[in-house]
Design a protein around this ligand. Structure first.
Ligand code: DX5
Ligand code: ZN
Length: 227
């Protein structure tokens, strides 16, 4: 079985007890904390910034995967690096100089990811793939949790999987949006190895019983074991 990573998106967590919500998913077997940053400009929603990243950093040694849905990108990158982010990903449309932004993220000691919206063409990978640590394929339009998986993302994942494999580089292929127990195996077959799941993990279970996180993450892994 390939090495798969489960990355709960804290966008769907209960923000009144965020620390606990993070500790609970990690204890339930999550590999990565996916941290969605929205600015009410690049996307029509507003979430959390570097102060929150700094506050949660001491709670876990796990990777904090910062998904920037902000424009412009460069100004905020050093703040997230200082706040303890391990991976910083951004959307090519939100940066005027994509190669420069990738360089900036790496200079700050973080791994760099490039994010593709459902309608964003993959040609942005043409001259920078070798410099990336992660490619993130959005399977919903960015801005909100709880949306339906857009099937075309599967075709995109297949194309990027081939490109990563022929590059010979170790680059994670992450998918974000609408990932559930009933579609994760198919998504893995298309080539993803890192799975963001927000509502599937955090919003499942009315009372948000922390043991429920265990159940969902185990179910996701069980599906992945079939691939
Ligand atoms: C959407 C965010 C996602 C979102 C995923 O813009 O980037 O990370 O939280 O949520 P679900 O898993 O509920 O689709
Ligand atoms: Zn995200």
């Amino acid at each position: 079985m390939a090495n798969y990573f489960i990355a709960p998106s804290i966008l769907s967590a209960n923000f009144a007890k965020l620390g606990e919500e993070i500790t609970n998913v990690i204890d339930s077997g999550a590999d990565i904390i996916h941290f969605d940053v929205m600015d009410n400009h690049y996307v029509p929603n507003l979430t959390i910034g570097p102060l929150v990243c700094e506050a949660i950093r001491p709670l876990t040694n796990s990777i904090i995967d910062v998904h920037l849905m902000v424009e412009p990108v460069d100004r905020i990158v050093p703040d997230f690096a200082k706040a303890g982010a391990n991976i910083i990903s951004f959307h090519p449309e939100a940066s005027r100089h994509i190669d420069r932004t990738i360089g900036l993220i790496k200079e700050q000691g973080c791994k760099a990811g490039l994010v593709f919206n459902p309608a964003t063409p993959l040609h942005y990978l043409d001259h920078v793939l070798d410099k990336l640590d992660l490619v993130l394929i959005m399977s919903v339009n960015p801005g909100f949790g709880g949306q339906k998986f857009i099937l075309e993302a599967l075709n995109k994942l297949k194309v990027v999987r081939k490109r990563i494999d022929s590059s010979g580089k170790k680059i994670l292929l992450e998918v974000d949006g609408g990932v559930k127990v009933d579609n994760i195996a198919e998504i893995a077959r298309a080539g993803a190895d890192t799975f963001v799941a927000g509502s599937a993990i955090y919003s499942a279970g009315e009372d948000r019983d922390p043991h429920h996180y265990d159940t969902v993450i185990t179910a996701l892994r069980k599906e992945l074991a079939k691939v």
